[in-house]
Design a binder for this molecule. Structure first.
Ligand SMILES: NC(=O)c1ccc[n+]([C@@H]2O[C@H](COP(=O)([O-])OP(=O)(O)OC[C@H]3O[C@@H](n4cnc5c(N)ncnc54)[C@H](O)[C@@H]3O)[C@@H](O)[C@H]2O)c1
Ligand SMILES: [Zn+2]
Ligand SMILES: [Zn+2]
Length: 337
């Protein structure tokens, strides 16, 4: 079989490898579709310290079950599944709370262990989620970034009628805004790149602000009648946007920190006390794939709209290199494997 292989940072190609052999307790999957994510680009660039090399990349993976034994979920050969890529220990404190996404020894496929951009994969049965009918193969991997968006929404308990400022109109920010709308909330998205704001507006996000051109605090205040946003989701990783979240949020408001910052940001913590702000870390997802797949299959969230392109497996190395050099070029690229 073929696999998309990173020998080392900056060195990506397709390699021939032996197919995995079925083992009891696992499922043998024929991979059918994969999403290219910012973290695959970071693995290529060598900027994610968690990635070890050599590595098969890819954690947004959908496929067909080729072989599986008896299993509690009733998964069958021929069934379509998406892989939950966050492998947890099940024993540590966060795992004991069901918060397996922040397991002390979390291993993510494509990062800590080999990922799914390859012909076949052996995967634990309990980490497979059945996919409802009616979703195209190339759209199924979008359920993974959708779970990231849903996790931020769940962490902050976003409700219908509330305003949510989302900093960053990348794939994660736009999906968060789409999910917020599906929840009946009012999303306000910010980005420094005009094209990304235009895209958000064209896709039904009612408010899009460029902080370089306008004063976001004034606009958010006008939209919310002076209250400011009940919820802010930080989905840029930029220090300035993290700092700004404290001004954008209302008194008694909630903030989710989803973006991975590269550096430390200093914050006026007195403002957190004064406004009594709840700040939540929001990492990956736990038990949120079913909802993401439901939003996709029902069309309640038009996640396929964020796809800039669908390519074949052979095209992955070139597009990963291109996305690394020109991150603004594509919002999201998926591949049929
Ligand atoms: N917590 C998690 O589990 C998780 C999962 C996936 C991605 N992430 C992180 O979420 C963030 C978003 O991911 P993505 O794939 O959408 O990335 P992306 O790079 O496509 O999007 C980030 C966007 O933020 C914008 N931006 C930069 N500075 C800004 C500022 N000051 N104000 C407003 N916008 C600004 C950029 O122009 C870009 O459009 C990244 O930091 C990524 O590492 C976290
Ligand atoms: Zn991803
Ligand atoms: Zn654990």
């Amino acid at each position: 079989m073929k696999a998309v292989f990173l020998e080392a940072p900056g060195s990506i190609g397709i390699r021939d490898m032996a197919e995995p052999i079925y083992e009891a307790g696992m499922a043998l999957i024929k991979v059918r579709a994969a999403g290219i994510c910012g973290s695959d680009i970071a693995a290529y660039r060598g900027t994610n310290p968690l990635v070890t090399y050599p590595r098969i990349i890819g954690h947004e993976i959908a496929g067909e079950i080729i072989r599986i034994g008896d299993n509690p979920k009733g998964l069958k050969e021929g069934g379509r599944v998406i892989l939950d890529p966050y492998l947890y220990c099940g024993k540590c404190y966060p795992c004991s709370l069901g918060r397996t996404n922040c397991c002390e020894t979390l291993r993510v496929i494509g990062v800590h262990v080999d990922g799914g951009m390859r012909g076949y994969m052996l995967y634990p049965q309990n980490m497979l989620i059945p996919v409802p009918d009616g979703i195209e193969w190339e759209h199924i991997p979008l359920a993974e970034p959708l779970t990231i968006a849903l996790h931020a929404i769940h962490r902050t308990r976003l409700k219908a009628g509330e305003h949510v400022v989302i900093n960053g109109a990348g794939a994660i920010g736009v999906l968060t805004a789409m999910c917020a709308k599906a929840y009946g909330a009012i999303p306000i998205i910010t980005d420094l790149v005009e094209e990304r704001l235009e895209f958000a507006k064209e896709n039904g996000i009612p408010f899009a602000i460029n902080p370089l051109a306008n004063d976001p605090m004034k606009i958010i205040s006008d939209i919310t009648n002076g209250r400011m946003a009940e919820v802010v989701v930080e989905a840029s990783g930029a220090g300035g946007a993290i700092r700004a979240a404290l001004d954008m949020v209302s008194y008694a408001g909630r903030i989710a920190l989803t973006g991975w910052p590269r550096e430390e940001t200093s914050l006026p913590t007195g403002m957190i006390t004064k406004k009594e702000i709840d700040i939540y870390g929001s990492r990956t997802s736990a038990g949120e794939f079913e909802e993401a797949l439901m939003l996709l299959s029902s069309g309640k969230v038009d996640a396929p709209a964020i796809l800039s392109k669908v390519i074949s497996m052979d095209g992955i190395p070139a597009i990963v290199a291109e996305q690394s050099a020109h991150p603004e070029r594509y919002l999201k690229v998926n591949a049929l494997i």
